[in-house]
Write a protein that binds this ligand. Sequence first.
Ligand code: FHN
Length: 454
Amino acid sequence: MSFALPKIRGYFLGVLRPLEVGFSIIFFSFISFTQAQKLDPAIKTSQAVMDGFMNKRFGMFIHFGPISLRGTEISWSRNKDVAAEEYDNLYKEFNPVLFNADAWAETAKEAGMKYLTITAKHHDGFCLWPSSVSGYNIMNSPFKRDIVGELGQACRRQGIAFCIYFTVLDWHDPDYPIHNPYDSTQNVQGDMKRFVATMKNELKEIITRYKPYMLWFDGNWEKPWTTEYAIDVYQYIKSLDKDVIINNRLGKGDQNSLSMESVGDYLTPEQRIGTLNMKDPWESCITICNQWAWKPNDSLKSLRECIQTLVKTAAGNGNLLFNVGPMMDGRMEARQVARLKEMGNWLSNYGNSIYGTKGGPYTPNQIYASTRKGNLIYLHVFQKTGAVLELPSFAGIKITKAYFMNGKELSFTQDSGKDIRINLPVVLPDMVSSVIVLELDKSAELIPVMNNQN
Ligand code: FHN
């Protein structure tokens, strides 16, 4: 038997060795594959930069391009309301002569917005800056002015952080396999390697010329795009500017399925107020009307809806990126500018209850929502349901004073662990959202999120 062992051992080694090698190749390629699938946390945007971004709470989103000549939706109306041929030649008529970057930046400033995001390139592939990478750009239109550059400078003059929207997919680029989302028979072989190289060159132009504070990617759900490309582009961007913020739509997926696992720095719920989330940074993007790009007589949200959308977003611990679509001549509609100004008036009174606050501890509902900072809770009351506002109380922390922000003191009772009862005046001081300040004897940020759904 003993002499047999080396043989058996030799036999098995004979068999095992190649298997071992095989397994280790598979194992290590799996590791490197999963490694490539993961973003190196060391290059991720720093917590300090993200905190600075989340303290801003309110930004302007601008969807603009040659499609404003037709008043139909940007990119999605191509091959639908507007034939691709006609759509792709609109830039030859695009001449927004009344475009005034300072007017746009001032409108954002007076609305109380702290950052602004412009669609430098949407899915239709048209570049609103003088790109030397793509000839399909503003300098080949009758307008021949750098809309992105002028807006960046205007934002800096107004002290507003300048951000840039950049599409991942490009239905106009011959290297991108999909040219019509409504008809896959028009798909082509394309060349994604070259497409990603072009994307990097365009991003280099944008980042080095305009030094955006944040890049708002989109169009990351189609088949040709992969997580590997996303990681590669994220790393490339960070090699150009380590502090530029990148939303989570660089990662592969659609906006509802994306998580913090995705490639990017924050979550981006769309056309809805995100759920209260004290852990992951998030920003809801919502239209002031219905369409992203300009549409004649599009239905404009009421001031109540606009303010309560902002308040509920902040109360959920998120930012609101509020969208306007300028008209074909480059002006923003006067009624939209007026609505934004009204929001700015509200914020000039109650801004401290929004900027730099945290969400919670109460979960927003139809009657109230709350934000907090230090030892203060800001209760946003949307409507009266009676002479007394009842709230679940929080243990171990006492309310020392209650009063309307910039207003009179209110009487209240608090039996810890059960509820808080605040006596309200006959008429609330603000029609859309009245702010009651609760001063506490300890930090409000210690209070766990309450489940106070009505
Ligand atoms: O397809 C785009 C759409 O046109 C618009 O830009 C919105 C804004 O967030 N995002 C995509 C739809 O999810």
